[in-house]
Ligand binder design. Structure first.
Ligand SMILES: Cc1cc2nc3c(=O)[nH]c(=O)nc-3n(C[C@H](O)[C@H](O)[C@H](O)COP(=O)(O)O)c2cc1C
Length: 359
C-alpha cells in the first residue's frame, strides 16, 4: 500500500531511538488512527549485517500504517542493500537521518547531522535509496551545525539534495546541532529554535514539502503552525510524554474526524493483549519494563499519576504479565479518569508562529 492511500502527513510522531519502538507505536495507534508514525533510526549496517534476524528490527503490526522507516548511514552500498532488505516490510516512506548529533553516530565518519556539510553525498544517498524502493523518500535534518548555520547554507543543502535526487519532502528540526561535545539531550534544548528558517523555506521552495519539528508541545501549536502554512508538523517528546492529550486529539483537531470515543481503560485493555503476547513470545526479552514504558505517560497531568507510576515501578519487580501489573496498580487512578473519553480543551493562543513568517 502506498502513501497516497493514507491521510496526508499533517501530523507525525518523530523518530526517537529507544522510544518509538514497536511498543510505543502500538500504543500510539490505539489512540490515533491518522498520525504518521516514524520508527527509531536504524543504521543501514544493522540491517545489512543482521540478515538472519531482520524481523527483530523491521517487523511491525499492520495497524501501524502509515509508518515511515528512518535509516542512517554513510555508505552508499549499505544504504542500497538496507533499503532493498527493508522493502518487503512495506513501509510507507523511507526517511534518511541527517540530523542526529550523537557522538556515537557523528564519530563514525560523517553520519547524521554532519552529512549536512556534504549535500552532494546526501543527494547520492537519496538516489540510491529511491532506486531500491517504490515508496517516497524524505530527509530529516537540522537547520545547520556549528558555524554552518546561515539560512543560505541551509538553502544550498535543500537545493542540491532536491535538485540532484528524487527527494521532495524535508523534515526540518528547526535548531542547529552543536558538535562540541554537548549531549544529544542538550542538543535538543540548547541551540535556539529558529522557526523563521522553516517558514522561509516554504516561501523559497514552493515545489517541495516541508514538515516543521522542534519544541512543539500541544495540538493548538500544531494547528497554529499549519495555519501559518506548514505542510506537516512533527512532534517528538510531547507525543511520547503525553500521548493521550496529544495523540487523542490528532484525528479530530488536525484531520477533522469525529472525536474518538475510546477511553484510557479501553486503550489499556487492548494494549495489555498486545503486551502479554509479546511477553509470551519473547519471555524476558524484551522484558516487561520495556513493554510498560510507553504507558507511563498515559495519565500525564492527572490526579494520582505520580502514585500510580511509583506503584508500577514496585509491581515491575514481581509481575510476570501486563495483565497482573495493571490489575495491581490501576486502582490508584480514579475511575472517572479511566473511563472518560478524550475531550477537546479550550483553544489557547494560536499566533505563536505568525512572527516567523518573514525572514
Ligand atoms: C530519546 C530521543 C531519541 C531520538 N532519536 C532520534 C532518531 O533516532 N532519529 C532522529 O532523526 N531524531 C531523533 N530524535 C530527535 C527527534 O526526532 C526530534 O527531532 C527532536 O526531539 C525535536 O522534536 P521535539 O521538540 O518535538 O521533541 C530523538 C529525540 C529523542 C528525545
Amino acid at each position: 500500500m502506498g502513501a497516497e492511500h493514507y491521510p496526508p502527513p499533517w501530523f507525525s510522531v518523530a523518530p526517537m531511538m529507544e522510544w518509538t519502538n514497536n511498543h510505543y507505536r502500538t500504543l500510539a495507534r490505539l489512540i490515533s488512527k491518522k498520525a504518521w508514525l516514524y520508527t527509531e533510526m536504524l543504521a543501514a549496517e544493522t540491517i545489512v549485517y543482521q540478515t538472519g534476524n531482520l524481523d527483530r528490527f523491521l517487523a511491525y503490526g499492520p495497524e501501524q500504517h502509515p509508518i515511515v522507516l528512518q535509516i542512517g548511514g554513510n555508505n552508499l552500498e549499505n544504504l542500497a542493500k538496507a533499503t532493498q532488505l527493508a522493502t518487503p516490510y512495506g513501509y510507507d516512506e523511507i526517511n534518511f537521518n541527517c540530523g542526529c548529533p550523537s557522538p556515537r553516530v557523528v564519530g563514525h565518519g560523517c553520519f547524521g547531522v554532519c552529512l549536512m556539510l556534504d549535500p552532494k553525498f546526501v543527494a547520492e544517498a537519496m538516489c540510491v535509496i529511491a532506486a531500491n524502493t517504490n515508496v517516497p523518500v524524505s530527509v530529516k535534518c537540522r537547520i545547520g551545525l556549528d558555524g554552518h548555520d546561515s539560512y543560505n547554507e541551509l538553502c544550498d543543502f535543500i537545493y542540491k539534495v532536491s535538485s540532484q535526487s528524487p527527494t521532495r519532502h524535508f523534515i526540518i528540526h528547526s535548531r542547529k546541532a552543536l558538535l562540541n561535545g554537548i549531549s544529544p539531550a542538550d542538543n535538543r534544548k540548547i541551540p535556539p529554535l529558529k522557526y523563521e528558517y522553516y517558514y522561509a523555506l516554504l516561501r523559497d521552495f514552493p515545489d517541495l514539502q516541508f514538515t516543521i519539528n522542534g519544541g512543539i508541545n500541544s495540538i493548538d501549536e500544531v494547528n497554529a503552525a499549519r495555519m501559518e502554512g506548514a505542510h506537516g508538523v512533527m512532534l517528538g517528546r510531547a507525543a511520547y510524554s503525553n500521548p493521550w492529550r496529544i495523540l487523542g486529539l490528532v484525528d479530530s483537531s488536525v484531520y477533522g474526524a469525529p472525536l474518538h470515543s475510546i477511553t484510557r481503560r479501553q486503550v489499556l485493555e487492548q494494549y495489555q493483549v498486545y503486551g502479554d503476547s509479546v511477553v509470551r513470545m519473547y519471555g524476558n526479552k524484551p522484558n516487561i519494563r520495556d513493554v510498560v514504558k510507553p504507558l507511563l505517560g498515559l495519565f500525564h497531568g492527572e490526579p494520582r499519576n505520580v502514585v500510580w507510576k511509583r506503584k508500577v515501578d514496585a509491581a515491575l519487580l514481581h509481575c510476570t504479565t501486563i495483565k497482573s501489573l495493571l490489575e495491581e496498580t490501576l486502582g490508584e487512578i480514579p475511575e472517572r479518569v479511566l473511563d472518560a473519553p478524550i475531550t477537546e480543551v479550550p483553544s489557547g493562543s494560536t499566533d505563536m508562529f505568525i512572527k516567523y513568517y518573514v525572514l
